[in-house]
Design a protein around this ligand. Structure first.
Ligand code: FAD
Ligand code: NAP
Length: 542
């Protein structure tokens, strides 16, 4: 311990969450050390460099709102920003607030252990360094642990093999190449149309067909940008009161779909389809609550697929079953149209088709068919929400391991604190709106709450804060109850952990940003109700 560097706060991850935490902690006069596995800031936007990668929350909304000058000076060029543009923005923020001096890059945190005697965390990194901190914050990302499926023969492939979430910085040249891609979630659906434009041939291996809505992306009208900037605060405030902390400029829901006839329903959905974007499902209030209403929206999109895709057999394979929006709704640029190209083949590896038998040195074997490939891309997603947390050996009081505490699924209070783990915070953790919200805004809200909390502890002579077991229990029940009022738990999504073999099936995010923020504010205003605040060696009560 004598050799450990002493700081007030250790934060893991230099994506948007970790970057803002550094800024707030420094503003509050605290010493902070950040560790980041990558070589630069940006997190998601540093790692996911696949072709076509871009945001699905509009640029004017998917950006920090903590600094009025920053949001005035940065100029976005497209309605939905590309990955390179968002990465440049993150780098600009790092420069502007001189954040990099608090970040140790190319360094992964491997363990963090709490010592009850000192009330401090001992954080060990893979460079062998040891840091002692009063507070330990995981800003390690909800979608940062790539899921590389363990398919027989995978490592024998002799062509170029990549995962969208760990994409090579130098890029991949697809020109003249036979390319295969496994996975048709957001990453696959964004990259497939772009890869198809330059590859000699693209083979898409699809396990589950996915609903996707046109993004209707385009250059961002400078007048529109100026109009938002003229009163950015009001725009932000309205968005913060939206279900997902974005989309306030879209039409308000037209009542319940259950109350309208087919002509009205179709005309309304058509209008939202033409506007594009994930607000499609806010056309009516009950689309995410009432399966029968949702099924009408699903049928609307199925009709669109049949209209767009020329070959009926391919259209049938691309047509999803089930409810729309249960898995994260995808938005695309020319996805279904891509299957009309002569150089694109769709292979059904789902329950109606034939699963991948093995990967060979020269391609992918599916039953009796061998697909010869030069490049194989895995767009197979992430061990979402808990993956990056559980890859670190986090131990709380009495050596209690987070992995054991969460064996049956993550249990938190507010998605911020865990019983048994004093002075440990998760940013956009399970049990908070997290991935169901505009995540920059969600991370800012968490960072602000944590910063205020630490100041409160100091001002009131407390050394530690820890979630009560009863608050955790009732919060988990609350999250489940809220989710059960929606259609979210009705399919095998990554929200439930269903994409990772053996992962417990628990609905992890909390639907509804504004109500959640109100609860967090109320908890803070009431002396951090539901948490136990202690002085070292002396209980100060709740
Ligand atoms: P991240 O950006 O994931 O950063 C976490 C960082 O922690 C990573 O750089 C990682 O290397 C580091 N890290 C993790 N573990 C360790 C460790 N043990 N030691 C050291 N470093 C570690 N959200 C939206 O709201 N809108 C969108 O349109 C949107 N699009 C997305 C597109 C893609 C392709 C993906 C993958 C996600 C998207 N998201 C979107 C979610 C996105 O992850 C968040 O918006 C946001 O960028 C998360 O920021 P973060 O700082 O919380 O986490
Ligand atoms: P994903 O949504 O989890 O999709 C993964 C895809 O890979 C699915 O089609 C899945 O099929 C398939 N797959 C997984 N394991 C497989 C296996 N062993 N064999 C065959 N197929 C397999 O992952 P993602 O596309 O990377 O997106 C993850 C999340 O990141 C998104 O939901 C979104 O939140 C965010 N994201 C956002 C954007 C954006 O537009 N801004 C872009 C990319 C990512 P099944 O459906 O059958 O499991």
């Amino acid at each position: 311990m004598s050799e450990a560097t002493q700081v007030d706060v250790v934060v893991v991850g230099a994506g948007f969450a970790g970057m803002y935490l550094i800024h707030r902690m420094r503003q509050a006069g605290r010493t902070v050390q950040c560790f980041e596995g990558g070589t630069d800031v940006g997190g998601t936007w540093y790692w996911n460099r696949y072709p076509g990668c871009r945001c699905d929350v509009e640029s004017m909304e998917y950006s920090y709102d903590f600094d009025p000058d920053l949001q005035q000076e940065w100029v976005w060029t497209e309605k939905y920003a590309t990955q390179p543009e968002i990465l440049r923005y993150a780098q600009h923020v790092a420069d502007r607030f001189d954040l990099r001096r608090s970040i140790r890059f190319s360094t992964r945190v491997v363990s963090a252990h709490f010592d009850e005697g000192s009330g401090r965390w001992t954080v060990t990194a893979d460079d062998g360094s040891v840091t002692s901190a009063q507070f330990f914050v995981m800003a390690s990302g909800c979608l940062s642990s790539a899921n590389m499926p363990d398919i027989e023969g995978r490592d024998s492939f002799q062509g170029v093999l990549a995962h969208t979430g760990r994409y090579p910085h130098e890029g991949i040249d697809f020109a003249g190449k036979r390319v295969g891609i496994v996975g048709t979630g957001s990453s696959g659906i964004q990259s497939i149309p772009v890869i198809a434009q330059s590859a000699a041939h693209l083979t898409v291996f699809q396990r589950t067909a996915q609903f996707t809505i046109p993004a209707c992306n385009g250059p961002l009208d400078p007048e529109l940008q100026a109009a938002v900037k003229a009163d950015y605060e009001t725009f932000r405030a309205k968005n913060r009161r939206m279900f997902g902390a974005f989309g306030s400029h879209y039409p308000k829901p037209a009542g319940d779909a259950a109350d309208v006839d087919d002509a009205t329903f179709t005309a309304t959905m058509e209008r939202l389809w033409e506007m594009g974007g994930t607000m499609f499902l806010s056309a009516f209030r009950d689309l995410m609550r009432t399966p029968a209403s949702n099924e009408r929206a699903a049928a609307f999109v199925r009709t669109k697929i049949a209209e767009i895709v020329h070959d009926p057999a391919t259209a049938a394979k691309l047509t999803p079953d089930g409810l729309i929006g249960c898995k994260r709704l995808v938005i695309d640029t020319g996805y279904y149209e891509t299957y009309n190209r002569p150089n694109v083949t769709l292979v059904d590896i789902g329950p109606q088709g034939t699963p991948i038998t093995r990967i060979t040195p020269t391609g992918v074997q599916v039953g009796n068919e061998h697909h010869e490939l030069d490049v194989l891309i895995f767009a197979t997603g992430f061990d979402a929400m808990t993956g990056s947390l559980l890859r670190v050996d986090i131990q709380g009081r009495d050596g209690q391991r987070l992995a054991d505490t969460w064996e049956a699924g993550p249990v938190t209070y507010l998605g911020l604190g865990v019983h048994g783990f004093p002075n440990f915070f998760t940013i956009t953790g399970p049990g908070s709106p997290s991935v169901l919200a505009n995540m920059i805004i969600a991370t800012e809200q968490h960072v602000d709450w944590i910063t205020d909390c630490i100041s409160y502890l100091q001002a009131n002579g407390h050394d530690t804060i820890e979630a009560d077991p009863a608050s955790v229990e009732s919060w988990v029940a609350h999250v489940n109850a809220v989710a059960d009022r929606t259609i979210f738990p009705s399919c095998n999504s990554w929200y439930l952990g269903a994409n990772i073999p053996g992962k417990p099936r628990v609905f992890m995010p909390l639907p509804g940003f504004p109500g959640y923020v109100d609860t967090c504010d109320d908890v803070a205003a009431n002396g951090y109700r539901g948490f136990r605040l202690d002085r070292l060696g002396v209980s100060a009560g709740v």
